[in-house]
Design a protein around this ligand. Structure first.
Ligand SMILES: Cc1cc2nc3c(=O)[nH]c(=O)nc-3n(C[C@H](O)[C@H](O)[C@H](O)COP(=O)(O)O)c2cc1C
Length: 172
């Protein structure tokens, strides 16, 4: 992967999240306190005059605990061959042990933030949390959205200023 400016990243955002998925990783690589989970919902864009990535995390996730206490997170996309690892990481919790060790993925230090990225990633976006809010049921304009919350575990939304991007040539 090579370093890219956030404004030269070429990505079909809806396809990257909805169809190909990413790993959201929060915590601190140096201390070993970090966790990752698969995400299929999120945004990349611009806010407050800066490039921003947005991830949404339900309070039931172990990653939720870590993203709340640590200042940074990363989003990584992978070649198709890692699809089964992303399925595993999206259906098992790091609360029950080292789930990353049961995949073929290798956490490595990021270039600019304490949260790790992955050696096998083809795109790694490093973010510093700058804002958070909650999904509020009273604000739902389309009532069908409520169907995504049968247990009432409304996502918290995390806005991260993009501080570094590394990607393969396909992303430039
Ligand atoms: C394809 C896919 C997409 C997912 N997207 C999200 C998401 O955007 N937000 C979320 O909170 N959970 C999402 N999940 C569920 C978490 O990845 C899953 O609950 C995971 O096991 C949480 O791990 P943790 O407890 O180690 O944090 C997704 C799962 C899959 C399989």
């Amino acid at each position: 992967m090579k370093e890219l400016r956030p404004d030269e990243l070429r990505l079909c955002v809806a396809d990257a999240f909805l169809n190909r998925w990413m790993l959201l990783t929060a915590g601190d690589y140096a201390s070993g306190e970090y966790n990752t989970m698969t995400v299929a919902w999120g945004f990349l864009g611009a806010m407050w005059k800066r490039p921003v990535a947005i991830a949404v995390v339900r309070p039931t996730r172990y990653t939720y605990t870590l993203i709340n206490v640590h200042e940074t997170f990363t989003l990584c996309a992978f070649p198709k061959e890692y699809r089964s690892d992303l399925t595993y990481l999206g259906t098992h919790s790091g609360r029950e042990g080292d789930k990353i060790a049961r995949t073929s993925l290798t956490p490595v230090a990021a270039s600019s933030v304490p949260a790790p990225v992955f050696e096998e990633a083809e795109l790694a976006i490093e973010c510093r949390k700058i804002y958070t809010n909650e999904i509020v049921p009273e604000n739902m304009i389309d009532a069908s959205i409520e169907a995504d919350y049968p247990d009432g575990d409304y996502h918290r939304v995390y806005y991260g200023e993009i501080v570094a991007v590394h990607g393969s040539d396909d992303y430039r």
